[in-house]
Design a protein around this ligand. Structure first.
Ligand code: PMP
Length: 424
């Protein structure tokens, strides 16, 4: 496969950008990432003209694939050419807010921001401001963006920043617990109950393999947070408007969080984040309340149009049926291949998310440690070597999940399964 142009671009990028990229995970493909020239439905074409079946889909935002329907394109273009932004409100922000409030019952009010990171940062500040408490419980291996409160590792006993530059004194306010471990959450509340502002969790651990919650785990989190006057925050940056359709993952699990963070799909492929929840809590945000939050680009008309038109298109067409059916086909095809060729591996995912995890015992992981204990090094060989060579673009490491879009076809699924068969 010729990749001279990607290589030359990476050389240039290394001279002017740290690690040659604008987001850390992009450099994970060694010796260098391919540079994309353009997308085409469920495919991307790189700077050397190689075409890949793309299961990364921008790391989640592109529910509709690379070719946006006309209504989405028209919304984007109209708002880009007439503005593009004003520093004073526009109707399209209200339209998207109303759409979300209509479809996600836990969201009575919403604020749009510019990234998932900004959404979780603001949600944590809001939870602290609302409760007057300092600590948050998160999951080991959960990812809530590049923000100081959650770049933390450890357990109920001791914590440390997981990145240079995060003060230990900030990390001290965060308590990481294993996903699906009710005892660890109980212990954290026993020790710090009066000072726990919130439990923040991804409904499905989607940045560390893919790990499903045990039956009743989220009900348990709902009960224990209620008991202690803490908030339950669902980080639906990945699952929002992907798992459980327009009701999001919380509708699938029948649990009502106090706050939800969104990102990715809700912006239709443009930079976005949002936090929403109970009106009484959301009203604590400035200017109606004392918790400061603001952003020059927040509620950007182009993003709002892309998000609204994307969700309206999904509501009016068989988007979720399409992506979930292909997701089922991928997962069941992969399960057959794995059973035949590598029974120690596990196929994970739901709806339009999927991942093969290189477990050692064929047991579905229960938490991040189980995924970490998998043969994660195989990723490099099997996927960068084998799958990329067969022109299938999978996520950059063992931990990031993969996404089906409306642009994908059954032929994409079949070709991908053939490639997996060969690779495994
Ligand atoms: N929360 C979750 C669950 C995420 O998956 C991500 C990004 N993958 C974020 C927050 C951060 O979002 P962003 O990269 O848009 O800042």
């Amino acid at each position: 496969m010729n990749d001279d142009n990607s290589r030359a671009l990476y050389d240039r990028a290394l001279s002017v950008m740290p690690g040659g990229v604008n987001s850390a995970v992009r450099a994970a493909i060694e010796p260098y990432p391919f540079f994309v020239q353009k997308g085409d439905r469920g495919h991307v074409i790189d700077a050397d003209g190689n075409r890949y079946i793309d299961w990364v889909m921008g790391l989640g935002p592109l529910l509709l694939g690379h070719n946006l329907p006309e209504s989405v394109q028209a919304g984007i273009q109209q708002n880009a050419s007439e503005g593009p932004m004003y520093g004073t409100p526009t109707e399209i922000e209200v339209d998207l807010a109303e759409f979300v409030v209509r479809h996600v019952p836990s969201v009575e009010k919403i604020r749009f921001v510019n990234s998932g990171t900004e959404a979780t940062t603001s949600a944590v500040r809001l939870a602290r401001g609302y409760t007057g408490r300092n600590k948050i419980i998160v999951n080991q291996g959960g990812y809530h963006g590049a923000q100081d409160s959650t770049l933390v590792e450890g357990d109920v006993e001791s914590v440390a920043p997981s990145s240079a530059g995060v003060p230990q004194s900030v990390a001290e306010h965060t308590i990481p617990v294993p996903f699906n471990d009710e005892d660890a959450v109980r212990e954290a509340f026993e020790k710090h109950g009066d000072d726990i502002a919130a439990v923040m969790t991804e409904p499905i651990l989607a940045n560390y393999g893919i790990v499903d919650p045990d039956d009743g785990y989220h009900d348990f989190l709902r009960e224990i947070t209620d008991e202690h006057g803490s908030l339950l925050i669902f980080d639906e940056v990945i699952t929002g408007f992907r798992v459980g359709g327009l009701g999001c993952a919380q509708s699938e699990f029948g649990v009502t969080p106090d706050l939800t963070t969104f990102g990715k799909v809700i912006g239709g492929g443009f930079p976005v984040g949002a936090l929403g929840g109970r009106a009484e809590i959301m009203e604590q945000l400035a200017p109606s309340g004392p918790v400061f939050q603001a952003g020059t680009f927040s509620g950007h008309p182009v993003t709002m149009a892309a998000g609204l038109e994307t969700l309206q298109f999904a509501a009016a067409n068989n988007v979720y049926d399409h992506v979930n059916t292909l997701g089922d086909q991928l997962r069941s095809g992969l399960a057959d291949i794995v059973a035949d060729q590598a029974p120690e591996y596990t196929v994970a995912g739901t709806d339009s998310m999927f991942k093969v995890i290189f477990t050692r015992d064929g047991e579905a992981p229960k938490n991040a440690a189980d995924v970490k204990n998998a043969e994660t090094d195989r990723w490099r060989r099997v996927f960068w070597g084998q799958m990329k060579a067969q022109e299938v673009f999978l996520s950059q490491n063992q931990f990031e999940c993969q996404f089906v879009s409306y642009g994908h076809t059954e032929a994409d699924v079949e070709e991908t399964l053939e490639a997996y068969k060969h690779a495994l």
